[in-house]
Design a protein around this ligand. Structure first.
Ligand code: ADP
Length: 580
């Protein structure tokens, strides 16, 4: 019952399976204890009846009172254990699942995050786990417990009187058959509901992202009408789904209860025929109400169990995506970066084809090429943010695919376009470069990155909090903070996306000054956008459509002609045009 398949299906951890076993066991015990209570009631009734009908002496009060007290005590203790084993342990399971998911996300290759965005992953860690929590706590233990205890009780009933037992129990398999039969319909409606919900959230997200364009082009009304349609559709589909589910669940519940009627019918006819006495029918009627109770509890939730599959699938997908792993040690001989016949695909689409070049230590290697030619992809691969599809990338002779990404990255500084700043003080944002760096070291790095003057203008200097993602800083200031971080880290390899294009001239000179300090003596791989930087590089790799079109020193490439020279000439022309 609790196989690997079960664990897989409900996205449980190993401990979760153990907990479900415990929950099931205690549910069985609770159900049997409650049944025992019915037994006590039956015995008491029986002795009363005997007194009434045969004039037998009334039994003393001591034994019944003792029995009742014992029952109450036992019932309390077992319910407590059941509660602990179902609800209590599930809190641990929820915590463990969220931690495991977060831990895995940390180790997943970056490529994964292109496929599922932040909102989607947050929804899995919070929403999907929440939905599963309900299933883990309210459904699994109760349902499986009910199966087992009902089977035990059913055997007893059959031994007692098989005809009455059938009259009493036939509804249970029929009801469950109906429910499981309707599972396909429920799953389909769950999928359409989810798709409709996704359309609504996509619509809203689209509006938030494009609010400026929508306003600027007077599209607000048209846009809102479209969103309204989506929301209406979602509402209709949800209601229809709930109705369908409700219909099946209630039908199942009614069918199960028909068992009471058939028991009375069969029982009455057997009493009339003198085959059983009234007390036996009474016993069956007592038992029957208790058999339905645990199923009733789980029936309402069984739809949730079916629907939970979508959530379980989404959780499992994170569990099952291979993580980027590798050795915990990284001892390269120097820090030359060698691309050795590298190919790479995002999913199906191959974007790098047989790329080979070397970025030497102590040199600046510039990647140039038209937009979409694969420059950023090369830079990301060099830091193992993705793994290559073919060929290899070696740093100081070590294949980086064999090194744990976290260990590998201690040798890298990355100054990319999208600088991530955290909602903390300026000081702490720079200190991120090197955990445990002293305040003096942070100040020195900030000074070297030309941050000092703008930081001093902030209301609380270094202790000024930066709004979420650095909203209070300009693009150039943010980039200088990221350079300060890199200076502080002082890693032997620097990957740089030279996104200075958007900066004003003053800012740009400052960023350039900071950069030249950062780059001294390092292995530098720079995604170059301006030919000025390119001319200062030691080595240039020209990419075109994911292939190396040319490589060599700037002077050699100018002489060679081709794409590089065309790009230089084009930029010079546009520069002249701007001045003119
Ligand atoms: P460049 O930096 O030279 O502009 P990129 O390396 O960003 O080029 O992109 C190279 C190719 O890979 C482009 O065709 C681009 O559309 C594609 N690409 C880039 N990033 C992704 C991604 N996350 N998923 C799928 N395709 C991508």
């Amino acid at each position: 019952m609790f196989s690997k398949e079960f664990q897989h299906k409900y996205a449980l951890t190993d401990q979760g399976v153990q907990n479900t076993k415990k929950g099931t066991l205690w549910t069985v015990v609770v159900n049997l204890v409650v049944m025992g209570g019915m037994g006590i009631l039956y015995l008491l009734m029986r002795s009363f009846m005997d007194t009434l009908t045969d004039g037998a002496p009334l039994p003393g009060a001591v034994l019944p009172v003792l029995l009742v007290v014992l029952f109450v005590l036992l019932s309390f203790l077992t319910h407590l254990q059941q509660y602990k084993a179902t609800y209590g342990l599930v809190y641990d399971e929820v915590r463990d699942t969220r931690l495991t998911l977060a831990e895995r996300l940390r180790k997943l290759p970056l490529g994964y995050f292109g496929r599922r965005d932040l909102a989607d992953l947050t929804e899995t860690i919070m929403g999907d786990v929440n939905r599963m929590e309900h299933v883990w706590s309210h459904v699994l233990g109760y349902l499986y417990g009910a199966y087992i205890s009902t089977a035990i009780i059913a055997v007893c009933l059959v031994v007692y009187d098989w005809r009455l037992a059938i009259a009493c129990l036939w509804g249970v398999p029929v009801a469950f058959g109906l429910l499981f039969g309707s599972r396909k319909i429920a799953a389909r409606s769950s999928e359409t509901t989810k798709a409709a919900a996704l359309q609504v959230s996509d619509g809203i997200q689209e509006a938030l992202e494009n609010v400026r364009e929508i306003r600027a082009t007077n599209q607000e009304e048209r846009y809102l009408a479209g969103l309204n349609d989506k929301i209406d559709r979602h509402e209709k589909i949800t209601i229809r789904g709930e109705l369908t589910n409700g219909l099946f669940i209630n039908a199942a519940s009614v069918i199960m209860r028909l068992g009471v009627a058939t028991t009375i019918l069969v029982g009455a006819s057997r009493i009339l025929a003198g085959q059983i006495d009234f007390m036996l029918l009474f016993l069956f009627l007592l038992v029957i109400t208790r058999i339905y109770a645990p199923f009733d509890q789980s029936l309402a939730l069984i739809a949730e169990m079916f629907l939970s599959q979508v959530s379980a699938d989404r959780i499992r997908e994170i569990y099952e995506t291979p993580i980027a792993e590798g050795a915990e040690t990284f001892n390269p001989q120097g820090h030359d970066i060698v691309f050795d016949h590298v190919t790479f695909s995002y999913g199906q689409k191959e974007v790098l084809h047989d790329v080979s070049f070397t970025a030497r230590e102590g040199e600046v290697t510039a990647l140039v090429g038209p937009s979409g030619s694969g420059k950023s992809t090369c830079a990301r691969l060099a830091a193992r943010l993705w793994d290559v599809t073919g060929g290899a990338i070696r740093v100081g002779g070590v294949d980086i695919a064999t090194v744990d990404p976290e260990v590998l990255l201690t040798d890298y500084s990355m100054v990319f376009q999208d600088v991530v700043l955290f909602d903390d003080t300026v000081m702490e944002n720079i200190r991120l470069g090197k955990r445990g760096a002293t305040d003096e070291a942070v100040l020195a790095a900030a000074r070297a990155a030309n941050c000092e003057e703008f930081i001093q203008r902030l209301p609380q200097g270094y202790n000024t909090p930066i709004g979420e993602n650095g909203a209070r800083l300009s693009g150039g200031e943010r980039q200088r903070i990221s350079i300060a971080r890199a200076l502080l880290k002082d890693a032997p390899i620097v990957l740089l996306d030279e996104a200075t294009a958007s900066l004003d001239v003053e800012n740009e000179t400052k960023v350039q000054g900071a950069l030249s300090r950062l780059l001294r003596g390092k292995t530098v791989l720079v995604i170059a956008h301006r030919m000025r930087t390119v001319a200062g590089a030691d080595r240039i790799v020209v990419l075109e459509n994911g292939r190396v079109a040319q490589q060599g020193s700037p002077v050699a490439l100018m002489e060679q002609g081709g794409l590089y020279r065309r790009m230089v000439e084009l930029q010079n022309e546009s520069a002249r045009w701007q001045l003119g």
